[in-house]
Design a protein around this ligand. Structure first.
Ligand SMILES: Cc1cc2nc3c(=O)[nH]c(=O)nc-3n(C[C@H](O)[C@H](O)[C@H](O)COP(=O)(O)OP(=O)(O)OC[C@H]3O[C@@H](n4cnc5c(N)ncnc54)[C@H](O)[C@@H]3O)c2cc1C
Ligand code: FES
Length: 359
C-alpha cells in the first residue's frame, strides 16, 4: 500500500513538472514575432521559438534538409550575419572551424528568439514547391519501389540529371521531409520518377511504399550540386551501389537522349540478380551505343550467375584505365563511396573531379 501511494505521488509529481515545463515554454519563452531579413533585401516574419528552417519554409524559402531537421546531414547550413548567437555544440559536428568563424549555422538547429539577418544562396531561391499525383507505383526489387509523380501545380519542373527532391511526409506532430533523387530524364518535365528503398520502420520510405496511383503528393526541388556537368568533354564515370543507381540512371537517360559523344561508364553493384534493377535497360543501351560501357557486378550471386562478381570498387579497379581523362559521379552507401574514391584517386582522378551523394 505504501509502495502504491509512493508510486502515485511520484507519478503525480512527474506530471506536474511536465505541465510546468510546457507552461514555461509557452508563456515565459514566448518570443513573439521575429523578423528575418534575407540577403539584405526581403524581410519575412515568423513565430519566435521555431527553428530558422521552419520559419523559412513557412514563408516558402526552401533550404536543403535531407535528415528531416535532425542536425545530422549538414545540408541546411546558412550564413547568419546578424543575431542568433553562436553555434550550438550540436551544430559544431557539422560545421568546419572556418564556417563557424564565418557565422554559418544549421538552420534546423537554430531556434529563432530575436530578429536575424541571413544570406541564402541564389540557387536556393530557385527551389519551388510542387503538388502532384502518383501515376505509377511498382515493386522493382524485394525492397525497392519505382514511383512516378505527375506534376499538377506547377505543371513542369526543370532540373539537372542527378538532382533530388524533398518529399513532404506527414508525421504524428506535423510533417517532415525526406530526400529522393530523380531517376527520370530531365527532358520529361511533367513527371518525375523516384526509386524508393524500404527501410524497416522508416517513416518516409514506408509512407511512400504505401502510396497508390492517384494519391496526392507534395514535394519541393530541385536540390543538390550532384549533377552531370554538361560543359565538359571528359569521360563520364558513374559508380552506383543499390538504390544509389537512381540519379545515375537520370544521367545515363540524359546522355542517351542528348546523343552525347563523351564516353560513359556505368559500374553498378548489387547484392544478387534480383537486386539488379534496370539491368535490361542498360544492357539495351550497351548493345546499340558503343560509347556506353556497362559493368554490372554482384557481391553475393546465385551459383548460376555468369557475370562479374565482387564489390564494385574492385571491378572499377580492374576495368578502369589509369590516367583516364574523366570525371566521376558516385552514389551509394558511405562505405562504398569511400572505397571507390580511393580507387579513383589511385587512377589519377583528382578529388575535385569526383562528385558523390552518400545515402
Ligand atoms: C541527397 C539524397 C538523396 C537520396 N535519394 C534517395 C533515393 O533516391 N532513394 C532512396 O531510397 N533513398 C534516398 N535517400 C535516402 C532518403 O532520404 C531517406 O533517408 C531514406 O528513405 C530513409 O528514410 P526513412 O524516413 O524511411 O527512415 P527514417 O525514419 O529516417 O529512419 C528509420 C531508421 O532507419 C535508419 N536508416 C535510415 N536510412 C537507412 C539506410 N539507408 N539503411 C539502413 N538504415 C537506415 C535510421 O538511422 C533510423 O534508425 C537520399 C538521401 C539523400 C541525402
Ligand atoms: S536538416 Fe540536416 S542538418 Fe539540418
Amino acid at each position: 500500500m505504501i509502495m502504491l501511494r509512493a508510486l502515485l505521488f511520484a507519478n503525480g509529481f512527474g506530471l506536474l513538472i511536465g505541465l510546468l515545463i510546457i507552461f514555461m515554454d509557452k508563456v515565459i519563452n514566448n518570443y513573439g514575432e521575429v523578423a528575418i531579413t534575407i540577403n539584405h533585401d526581403k524581410e519575412i516574419r515568423g513565430d519566435g521559438g521555431k527553428t530558422l528552417l521552419r520559419i523559412l519554409f513557412e514563408s516558402k524559402y526552401f533550404i536543403p534538409s535531407a535528415c528531416g531537421g535532425k542536425g545530422t546531414c549538414g545540408y541546411c547550413k546558412l550564413k547568419v550575419v546578424e543575431g542568433g548567437g553562436t553555434a550550438l555544440p550540436t551544430e559544431a559536428l557539422m560545421l568546419t572551424r572556418s564556417e563557424i568563424r564565418e557565422q554559418y549555422r544549421l538552420a534546423c538547429q537554430l531556434k529563432v528568439k530575436e530578429n536575424l539577418q541571413v544570406e541564402i544562396p541564389p540557387e536556393y531561391l530557385e527551389i519551388q514547391e510542387y503538388e502532384g499525383m502518383f501515376s505509377l507505383s511498382e515493386q522493382i526489387t524485394e525492397d525497392i519501389k519505382r514511383v512516378r509523380m505527375q506534376l499538377i501545380t506547377p505543371e513542369t519542373i526543370s532540373y539537372k540529371p542527378g538532382q533530388y527532391v524533398q518529399v513532404r511526409i506527414p508525421t504524428d506532430d506535423g510533417f517532415d521531409f525526406r530526400a529522393y533523387s530523380m531517376s527520370s530524364n530531365p527532358d520529361e518535365q511533367n513527371e518525375i520518377e523516384l526509386n524508393i528503398k524500404l527501410i524497416p520502420a522508416g517513416i518516409g520510405s514506408s509512407y511512400l511504399h504505401a502510396k497508390q496511383v492517384g494519391d496526392p503528393v507534395e514535394f519541393s526541388g530541385p536540390y543538390g550540386d550532384f549533377y552531370l556537368k554538361t560543359h565538359s568533354d571528359r569521360e563520364i564515370i558513374c559508380v552506383a551501389g543499390g538504390v544509389g543507381l537512381a540519379p545515375l540512371k537520370s544521367i545515363v537517360a540524359y546522355w542517351v537522349s542528348h546523343n552525347l559523344s563523351r564516353p560513359i561508364y556505368l559500374f553498378y553493384g548489387a547484392r544478387s540478380l534480383k537486386d539488379l534493377y534496370n539491368h535490361d535497360y542498360f544492357t539495351g543501351i550497351a548493345e546499340t551505343k558503343p560509347q556506353f560501357h556497362y559493368f554490372p557486378a554482384l557481391s553475393d550471386p546465385a551459383p548460376d550467375w555468369d557475370g562479374t562478381t565482387g564489390f564494385i570498387h574492385t571491378v572499377l579497379d580492374r576495368e578502369l584505365s589509369t590516367g583516364i581523362h574523366g570525371e566521376a559521379y558516385l552514389c551509394g552507401p558511405p562505405i562504398m563511396i569511400d572505397a571507390v574514391m580511393a580507387v579513383l584517386e589511385s587512377k589519377g582522378i583528382p578529388k575535385e573531379s569526383i562528385l558523390y551523394d552518400k545515402f
